[in-house]
Design a protein around this ligand. Structure first.
Ligand code: 13P
Ligand code: SF4
Length: 322
């Protein structure tokens, strides 16, 4: 009797043969999440990459995430199934633009979200993720002005939470999250008035969700602004029958995996990141078979970027993965 290997078996066989670990971001398509060794948010996966004993890391996510893994694990081979998987938010600022912005604000501390290129991280003082941005900003003395980049909605969230007025925010946005509007939230809540609401801070609706919660229009105790890793934790803990989710729809698979009692519904079902969906089973197999696309970061840039990422890591244990 002959047995046919599935593509999933082949991924596992090749990964063993190559001494590779397969990491997948929470926005990957369900089949990629299910075949991966670990699923999580961008920072949790980078930390797994840094601590793994595997020689090769296959990062199923977008390019800046694999770059962060390479920055933290310079001696390992880091692969992305396609180097074309970029990020519209990371593309809103490059290192030259950041240098010019710093020149306009001498003495300011630069806080860069991990959704940035290695060259931008190298120009920053400290990095942050959606789960620790408020704590990172709080770690900076109150009288030091801050340049926060590149996400305006996360920046507004940080300003509001810290109450600081000395934060300049870069006007970047992620086209997927900016497209999840306050109108979408209101419409879904009208349909599901008893639902919990999980909102990623990159969303165009994040500010208004907080404001509406403060006004009593949304249930404050059931409205949470969270990173993708934080959403997984909230999904494990909730007893709600229905939870509305304002982020990229790949997230729903992971939430349903950790909690099959709750119905997780997208606030906007069209919130799809085409960069995340570029990773297909075929390209994952190609990565393992052909060792491509390899991610490299010049050491001069990596050394400075590593300092910013490690400063953030030293501040706490944000992010979530399994
Ligand atoms: P997380 O760090 O919360 O996983 O978010 C990454 C991202 O790209 C959000 O769009
Ligand atoms: Fe970038 Fe937005 Fe896609 Fe996240 S969802 S990877 S921020 S384009």
């Amino acid at each position: 009797m002959t047995t046919t290997l599935t593509w999933q078996d082949e991924v596992h066989r090749l990964a063993r043969e190559q001494d590779a670990v397969v990491l997948a971001h929470n926005y990957m398509s369900p089949e990629i999440q299910d075949v991966a060794d670990h699923v999580g948010d961008s920072l949790a996966l980078s930390r797994l990459a840094a601590s793994t004993s595997a020689r090769t890391i296959v990062f199923c996510g977008v390019h800046f995430m694999a770059e962060t893994a390479k920055i933290l694990s310079p001696d390992k081979t880091v692969l992305v199934p396609t180097a074309e998987a970029g990020c519209s938010l990371a593309d809103t600022i490059d290192a030259d633009q950041l240098r010019a912005w710093k020149t306009e604000h001498p003495g300011a501390a630069v806080v860069a979200y991990v959704n940035t290129s290695a060259a931008v991280k190298a120009e920053a003082d400290v990095c942050c993720t959606s789960s620790n941005a408020v704590d990172v900003v709080r770690s900076i003395p109150a009288d030091v002005p801050i340049l926060f980049l590149p996400d305006q909605f996360l920046g507004a969230h940080v300003r509001r939470e810290t109450g600081r007025s000395n934060i300049e925010v870069w006007l970047g946005e992620c086209h997927v999250h900016a497209g999840i509007s306050p109108g979408d939230v209101r419409a879904r809540l009208a349909e599901h008035p008893d639902a919990d609401l999980l909102v990623h801070p990159e969303c165009g609706c994040a500010s208004s969700a907080i404001w509406l919660a403060g006004e009593g229009v949304l249930p404050a105790e059931r409205t949470k602004i969270l990173s993708t890793g934080g959403m997984v934790g909230a999904a494990r803990a909730t007893t709600a029958a229905t939870t509305l989710v304002a982020t990229e729809i790949g997230m729903l698979h992971q939430l349903s995996r950790v909690n099959d009692r709750t119905r997780f519904l997208p606030v906007n079902p069209r919130a799809v990141c085409q960069f995340m969906k570029m990773t297909t089973p075929e390209l994952l197999l190609r990565a393992l078979r052909e060792g491509r696309d390899e991610v490299t970061v010049p050491e001069a840039i990596a050394a400075r970027a590593r300092r910013s990422v490690e400063r953030m890591i030293a501040l706490g244990q944000p992010g979530g993965g399994e």
